[in-house]
Design a protein around this ligand. Structure first.
Ligand SMILES: [Zn+2]
Length: 415
């Protein structure tokens, strides 16, 4: 490989800087000014690459890598190998991310792959036809931190030529898996093999707090990890978490990721809170309207990270209910609720069963698989908060939820 054919660029990121790089001058750029101290600090924290997206615009193709926190990255191009590579340092690839995708972009861009290159480096590689490319732009955007690669073909409009949509239309969403027959396959009783567990909240969104300032997001992650450990005892079950560390993942993204992984079940884990500290108990939700103002109050709080209102959601939920994955989700919710209450009751007195019901939870919208949201107990109730802070209680809760999932699987005639 000729050295002249490689250009290399190391970025030290400062929170204020949004850097745009043109492909050709990469090698010529000077090293960044030694003033990027905040990035060095952030580099010590764990970072998760949790999504990879592509958009086809009329005049270019955009790739977006979503990462929880600020990271250094190194972009290179090799005309000989026909690859643009992006190394993200001090990062880990969440297994939920699709490892390859092919943007609908015409003949100047091929497969995009992402992998854990070393224990601490995630590498994105993009196959491109350099002869057909005018320029490439690599930059990052904050809140949440993501790295963007824009690839411009020589001929404007080329990018859109492979798509059938209107050239000036909005960019398509992240590529969806072929969905035809998927729900049907589930109805035919295919096994439950891939389960996505969604620890509620994360990053700047703490969820609810108890009186001492403990955070729901931390408990939800702990419960999710315990649940994963329970389920992965079964060799034929694969478990994927929507987040494995304390990062922000948008609600809308969570089920999209589960769909991309063709997951069989989606389980969102939360801890409840109400203004009335006497209220306590365990409840499990599936997506539906609710006439109960308390359910809508809870949903509004759990939905707080999106701007979508309950009112806006009603029309969407109506469509989903009509398409009906509701029955399966309700079935799953009932199995989880019953087992969770039963397991906790074996070791704890007076466990309150609040039952299952529908609720307008944004995180459950858009899933192709049965999806439920478990409110394990109330953080706002002093007695239940004390129990939640005890690892033994969380372990029993995880065992109960796992037993519910396995009972649901068995009800399909499998497991
Ligand atoms: Zn929550």
């Amino acid at each position: 490989m000729l050295m002249s054919d490689r250009s290399r660029r190391t970025l030290l990121l400062s929170a204020a800087a949004v850097l745009s790089l043109l492909l050709a001058p990469w090698a010529a750029r000077p090293n960044p000014a030694p003033g990027a101290a905040p990035a060095r600090q952030a580099a010590d924290a764990p970072a998760e690459v949790y999504n990879l997206r592509s958009y086809t615009h009329p005049n270019f193709t955009r790739l977006v890598v979503d990462i929880g926190v600020l990271r250094e990255y190194v972009a290179k191009e090799s005309r000989e190998s026909g690859l643009i590579t992006l190394d993200i340092l001090q990062a880990r690839l969440n297994p939920i991310v699709p490892t390859a995708l092919v943007p609908a972009g015409g003949d100047y861009i091929g497969a995009v792959r992402i992998a854990q290159k070393t224990p601490s480096t995630v590498r994105l590689s993009v196959a491109v036809n350099f002869a057909r490319i005018k320029r490439t732009q690599v930059f990052h955007v904050l809140d949440p931190f993501r790295i963007v690669i824009d690839i411009y073909p020589l001929e404007a409009g080329r990018a859109a030529s492979a798509t059938t949509g209107p050239p000036a239309g909005p960019p398509p969403k992240a590529p969806q898996p072929a969905e035809s027959g998927y729900t049907l396959a589930r109805q035919l009783g295919l096994d439950v093999r891939t389960i996505v567990i969604d620890p509620g909240h994360g990053g700047a969104d703490p969820g609810c707090l108890d009186a001492q300032g403990h955070l729901e997001k931390d408990l939800a992650l702990d419960l999710a990890l315990r649940l994963k450990a329970q389920l992965t005892v079964h060799k034929d079950i694969e478990v994927i978490l929507t987040r494995e560390t304390d990062i922000h993942v948008p609600l809308e993204t969570r089920t999209v990721l589960a769909n991309q992984k063709k997951a069989d079940l989606f389980i969102s884990i939360h801890v409840n809170a109400f203004a009335d500290s006497r209220r306590r108990g365990i409840e499990t939700f599936y997506l539906n309207f609710s006439p109960d103002p308390r359910v809508n109050e809870l949903a509004a709080r759990e939905n707080a990270t999106t701007s979508k209102t309950i009112g806006q959601m009603e029309a969407i939920i109506k469509k989903i209910v009509e398409a009906s994955r509701v029955l399966e989700s309700r079935e799953l919710a009932q199995k989880i609720q019953a087992n969770l209450v039963q397991y906790l009751s074996r070791s704890y007195a007076d466990v309150r069963d609040l039952g299952t019901r529908g609720g307008p939870f944004w995180v459950l919208i858009g899933s192709d698989m049965p999806a439920v949201l478990v409110e394990v107990s109330h953080f706002s109730n002093p007695g239940e908060a004390a129990r939640l802070l005890d690892p033994a209680y969380r372990q029993k809760a995880a065992q109960g939820i796992a037993a519910g999932i396995l009972a649901y699987r068995k009800s399909l005639g499998k497991g």
